[in-house]
Design a protein. Structure first.
Length: 229
């Protein structure tokens, strides 16, 4: 690493070309879920082996409320089209940067390759060697550059930020804070790591799964075991 290069920010996972996932705060853990479950019958812990088995039992039998006492807070940077899928998960708290208050920067997602429409999964896509990638990328980049140029011209002409932003596409990057309990987060991961989810949001889910594994390894192991069956 040279003197001019920045050290990777601790806890930050780079996603796509300009995005990231960063854990801002965390409360709880595997033992918090165990304690929350055992308080029902006035007990706390029975040793690591039995506590781990309890977590497996809770997930396997749909007893999910103990995991609601474990909370993650993330800082997310992603394209708007990813954010709009993300915010379908409503059992969480969101605060997003507002283009009404600030001028947006020229940051758009540039895909490494275009995919073709999947003929079986109508909402999905698939890799296709028949696509003219160079032509598609040129069309795409011309479009996003023109949209940002229009945005800046509208601002310069006196248009309000809340109206000038209408010229921008959903490939523009946005940022938000996301607070979510472990129960809801596992639901998010089960859906967004699935092969039917869009590739771009799967990349974010993959990064988040690494953070979940570090903070709640027993729960993550039990979750994987349950979904492997």
């Amino acid at each position: 690493m040279t003197g001019t290069e920045k050290k990777p920010e601790k806890g930050l996972y780079r996603v796509l070309d300009k995005g990231f996932v960063k854990l801002v705060d965390f409360m709880g853990g595997d033992q918090r879920a165990v304690q929350s479950a055992r308080v029902t019958f006035g007990s706390r812990t029975r040793g690591a082996q039995k506590d781990k088995r309890l977590i497996e039992y809770l997930l396997a039998h749909g007893h999910h409320t103990p995991f609601e006492h474990c909370v993650f807070q993330f800082h997310i940077k992603c394209p708007i089209f990813v954010a709009r899928q993300w915010m379908r998960h409503r059992m969480a708290s969101y605060n997003e940067v507002s283009a009404r208050y600030t001028e947006v920067t020229e940051e758009f997602y540039i895909p490494p390759a275009f995919r073709a429409q999947d003929r079986i999964n109508r909402q999905g896509s698939t890799a296709s060697p028949a696509l003219d990638q160079s032509k598609m990328l040129a069309v795409y980049e011309d479009s996003v550059k023109a949209s940002y140029r229009a945005y800046k011209e509208l601002i310069k002409a006196g248009a309000a930020r809340e109206m000038a932003r209408m010229a921008l596409p959903v490939s523009q990057y946005t940022q938000f804070y996301w607070s979510v309990n472990a129960r809801s987060l596992l639901n998010f991961l089960s859906l967004r790591m699935d092969a039917h989810a869009q590739s771009e949001i799967r990349d974010y889910a993959g990064a988040i799964s690494k953070i979940f594994n570090k903070k709640m390894p027993w729960t993550w192991e039990a979750f994987l075991k349950l979904h492997a069956n």
